[in-house]
Design a protein around this ligand. Structure first.
Ligand code: AMP
Ligand code: MG
Length: 506
C-alpha cells in the first residue's frame, strides 16, 4: 500500500496561521490509533514558546504573541488548529525489561505539519487529557516536567543531536496530583519526525496482524528511509537502517554525557531521534555508572549501559519483525541475528569518530581508542567534570578538574596530556585547526542540573526570566566566543552533581 506521503509536496494548501496538516498515520490499520481530541483546560497561559521552530514549520508566529491569546488556546488543546484530526497512537513496550501494553496515555497527535520545504513533522500535544490508552493515568502533565523536556530537547537540538523538538509549553491553570501533592499542570507541544517507536512494532506483532505489520514497515520506510523503499526485503532493510541510526545516536549521547534514563522500547524512535525526556540528565563528574532516575535502582539505564540497552531494544524490534523478515522462522532468526550483530561495531565506530573529534584528531591511529580510554579512566578517578575536561583539555590545571581530585591525579593528567600532545603532533593539521575541531565538538555549556532545576522552580513561581536566559545560553553550546556571558553556566554543581535524582512519570 502506498500512503500519501509526498515528501516533495509542492502544493501546500495552507490554512489560517500557516497550518498545513496532513494525516498519513491515520491511514494505517485501525489497531494503531484511536480518534480522540484534547480535553479543554480552564485557563491556558503561554509559559514559553519557540518562535524560531514555528517559523521553520511555516507557522505564523506573530498571531501568538500574547500570553493568553490564540497560541495559548491552540497549544493547550482548547482550540484545534485548522485541519487537525486528533488521534492517540497505540503501542506496547518493554519497560525495565518487561512487556506491557501502553499507547499515548496523555499525548494527542494533531496531525503532520508539512513545512514550506516539504518536510513532514508530527505535531503532538503532551498532557492534553485522557485517551483510550490512559489506563489509570490522568492524561495530564506537570509544568515542571514539560519545561524540563522543553529545555533538554532544545539543548540537544542545539548540540546537533537528533531529537524531537519543543514548540510551546502552556500552563493549564489546573492542578495535577502527583506523589508530592498538587502541581501546576501544563501541555507541551512536541514536534517529531514521527512518533513511531520500537514499541509500535511490538504492539502490532503482539496482535499477530501480519498485514498491519507489513503496512507499518512500508510506512516507516517511506517516512524515514525513503531511499530503501522498494528494497528486496523491506523489513530487513528497515532493521539495518534503524540499527545504524541508533548506533550513531547513542554514540552522540555518550559524547556529551547525556543519560536518557528510561530507555524502554516505547521510548526508542524508529526515526533515530531522541524521544521522551523523563528522568534524563547530563552527567557532571565523570562516572560511567551514573544514574539519575530515582526508580532506576539497579542502574539498568546508567550512562555506560546505554549502547548495550539500545542493542537489547533493537533485538526486541527484530523479534517483532520476525514474521515479515522471512517466512521460515529459523531463517528469519538468522537474518535478525546477523543484523543485530553489527550494532556493536557500528556503535564503536561512531563513538571513536566522535571522541577523536573531541580530542581534535583528524586522522586515525590504532592507539586512539586506548588514548581516549586512558583519559576517561583518569576522569573517573579524579571525578573530573565531563564537559569542562573536554572543553579545556589544553588549559586545564588538573587540580581544578573536579572536586574529588586526589593527590597524584594532577601528575597523571599531565602524563596523559603529553601523550595527547604527541599524538596531535603526528597529524598534518595545525594546532589551531585541531582547536577548532575540538570546540565544534565539545559543548562549552550543557543544561547543568542545578541550573535546570532553578529555572523550573522560578517558572513554577511565575518568573520565566531565568528559564529564558538558560534557553538563550543553551542555544549556542559551541560558541566559545562569549565566555563572560556564559561563565556562570559552565560551573559544575558544588558536589559534582553527586546524589542528584530525577523523578519519572510526572
Ligand atoms: P513514559 O514513562 O513517559 O514513557 O510513559 C509511559 C507510558 O505511560 C506511556 O504510555 C504514557 O502515555 C503513559 N503515561 C505517563 N503519564 C501518564 C499520565 N499522567 N496519564 C496517562 N498516561 C500516562
Ligand atoms: Mg514514553
Amino acid at each position: 500500500m502506498i500512503y500519501e506521503i509526498d515528501e516533495n509536496a509542492k502544493a501546500r494548501a495552507t490554512g489560517a496561521g500557516g497550518w498545513c496538516l496532513e494525516h498519513s498515520y491515520a491511514q494505517l490499520p485501525r489497531l494503531l490509533h484511536a480518534a480522540v481530541g484534547p480535553t479543554a483546560v480552564r485557563a491556558p497561559r503561554k509559559v514559553v514558546w519557540n518562535r524560531k521552530l514555528a517559523e521553520e514549520l511555516g507557522l505564523d508566529a506573530a498571531a501568538w504573541a500574547s500570553a493568553d491569546g490564540a497560541g495559548a488556546e491552540i497549544f493547550s488543546g482548547n482550540v484545534l488548529p485548522p485541519g487537525a484530526v486528533p488521534l492517540a497512537q497505540a503501542y506496547a513496550g518493554h519497560q525495565y525489561g518487561h512487556f506491557t501494553t501502553l499507547g499515548d496515555g496523555r499525548a494527542i497527535l494533531l496531525g503532520e505539519q508539512i513545512t514550506p520545504s516539504g518536510a513532514r513533522f508530527d505535531v503532538q500535544l503532551k498532557g492534553a487529557g485522557p485517551t483510550p490508552y490512559s489506563r489509570s493515568g490522568d492524561g495530564r502533565a506537570t509544568l515542571g516536567a514539560m519545561l524540563r523536556e522543553y529545555v533538554i530537547s532544545e539543548a540537544m537540538h542545539a548540540m546537533g543531536i537528533p531529537t524531537t523538538r519543543s514548540l510551546a509549553v502552556v500552563a493549564t491553570g489546573e492542578d495535577v496530583w502527583r506523589q508530592d501533592g498538587a502541581r501546576p499542570g501544563a501541555v507541551l507541544t512536541r514536534v517529531a519526525a514521527s512518533h513511531i517507536r520500537v514499541g509500535t512494532f511490538e504492539w502490532v506483532a503482539a496482535r499477530r496482524d501480519e498485514a498491519a505489520l507489513r503496512a507499518l514497515v512500508d510506512y516507516t520506510l517511506q517516512r524515514h528511509y525513503a531511499k530503501l523503499v522498494g528494497a528486496e526485503n523491506p523489513a530487513l532493510a528497515l532493521l539495518g537502517a534503524v540499527i545504524e541510526r541508533q548506533a550513531r545516536l547513542i554514540a552522540q549521547w555518550m559524547g556529551v554525557g547525556f543519560v536518557h534514563g528510561v530507555m524502554n522500547t516505547d521510548n526508542m524512535a524508529l526515526s533515530g531521534e531522541t524521544i521522551d525526556y523523563g528522568p534524563c540528565a547530563f552527567m557532571e563528574a565523570y562516572d560511567s555508572a551514573t544514574v539519575f532516575s530515582s526508580i532506576d535502582r539497579d542502574g539498568r539505564y546508567a550512562y555506560g549501559n546505554q549502547a548495550q540497552i539500545a542493542q537489547w531494544n533493537l533485538a526486541r524490534l527484530a523479534e517483532a519483525l520476525l514474521t515479515v523478515l522471512h517466512p521460515q522462522e529459523e531463517a528469519a532468526v538468522a537474518l535478525a541475528n546477523e543484523a543485530l550483530g553489527g550494532f556493536g561495531e557500528r556503535f564503536q565506530r561512531h563513538w571513536l569518530a566522535g571522541m577523536r573529534r573531541k580530542l581534535g584528531l583528524f586522522n586515525e591511529e590504532p592507539e586512539d581508542g586506548a588514548l581516549i580510554e586512558a583519559l576517561l579512566e583518569w576522569m573517573q578517578v579524579a571525578k573530573a567534570d565531563f564537559t569542562n575536561t573536554f572543553a579545556e583539555l589544553e588549559t586545564l590545571g588538573a587540580t581544578e578538574a573536579g572536586p574529588g581530585s586526589e593527590s597524584g591525579s594532577a601528575k597523571e593528567f599531565e602524563v596523559w596530556r603529553e601523550r595527547w600532545r604527541a599524538r596531535l603532533g603526528r597529524q598534518p593539521q595545525s594546532a589551531e585547526e585541531a582547536g577548532r575541531l575540538r570546540q565544534a565538538n565539545c559543548p562549552a555549556v550543557i543544561p547543568r542540573n542545578h541550573r535546570v532545576e532553578a529555572a523550573l522552580a522560578a517558572a513554577e513561581q511565575g518568573n520565566v526570566s531565568v528559564l529564558e536566559r538558560l534557553l538563550a545560553v543553551l542555544a549556542a553550546p559551541y560558541d566559545y566566543a562569549r565566555p563572560a556571558d556564559v561563565a556562570e553556566y559552565r560551573v559544575p554543581a558544588p558536589d559534582g552533581g553527586e546524589g542528584y535524582k530525577t523523578f519519572c512519570g510526572t
